[in-house]
Ligand binder design. Sequence first.
Ligand code: MRU
Length: 350
Amino acid sequence: MARRSLQPIYWDGDAVMIVDQRVLPHKDKVLRCTTPRQVIQAIKKMAIRGAPAVGIAGAMALALGAQSITAADPKTFRRKFVGLCDRVRAARPTGNNLGWAVEAVYSVAVENPDADVPTLQRLIREKSQQILEEDIAINRAIGRWGRQVIPKGARILTYCNAGALATGDYGTALGVIRAAFEADPTVHVTCCETRPFLQGSRLTAYELLHEGIPSTLITDNAAGSLMQQGKIDVVVVGADRIAANGDTANKIGTYTLAALARANGIPFYVAAPRSTIDPTIANGSAIPIEERDPKEVTHFNGRRVAPKEMAAHNPAFDVTPNKLITGIITEVGILKRPYRKNIRQALEQA
Ligand code: MRU
């Protein structure tokens, strides 16, 4: 399968190829994964990240694993496959798309009870590719809806990386920005560096330059001041998991931006596919928040900054309450209050 220019993951024969986002933008390194374990490690170590991209990686890990399951009959195959699904699902906890993709791939085994093992292996591999391709189409739809809320010449603020690299391609929040820029080249993007992993300064900045979108990088701390000075017209961010009531988990610091946007009368949009919505979680307080290595906080670029004895706390995500969200841009439209009802209806749509 040919790789599109910023596509972070793709099949090459029987291998899953993952663009190593830890070394971007300065190195173009691609990991060749031939076992599910390698893909799971790539997810855990953030070589691939961003909720939709992690979901796609999970689906491809299952396809790799399915290929190597030795089973004389479909029943044994399914039993072994369930164990693999559990291991893949556990790779990262907060993003909903991983569990969603695992369910989607597992349903292939359930929906084809009479298929023999080689057929199941083929169908599972095809499903992983389908999830990738559908994600790209979904992002383009999110872009078409989202550009409608971006005013002419808008100064847009975004956070973390919700771009091509975080998805199958094109991006969610950055998909909205790409679509807005295609229609109106006078927009300007402010991108926050996004401590501690720097997805903004390394990945979003790289994507914005790649697309030729006028943009400026700021420290996370500068966002409030810019809003206060009237230099931001709209905020668009991605999401990792959206509860049934619209509360949204996204990269740590998103809640701060939403509160600042509200304080300054600036619309705050979340852009995400429906696969990010978790209807089993009533509100944001039940969203599992990943705690990452404290070294990401105590060290910078591999070098210790904080004193040796200093303890650090490193939650990777926070939850923005629905009341701070102007709208949730999905592939089927922009969801507004009352979120619980409108989210339910959006999930019921084909
Ligand atoms: O820890 P990361 O880099 O996986 O976090 C990514 C984000 O928080 C993104 O904003 C989110 O996954 C949406 S990506 C389309």
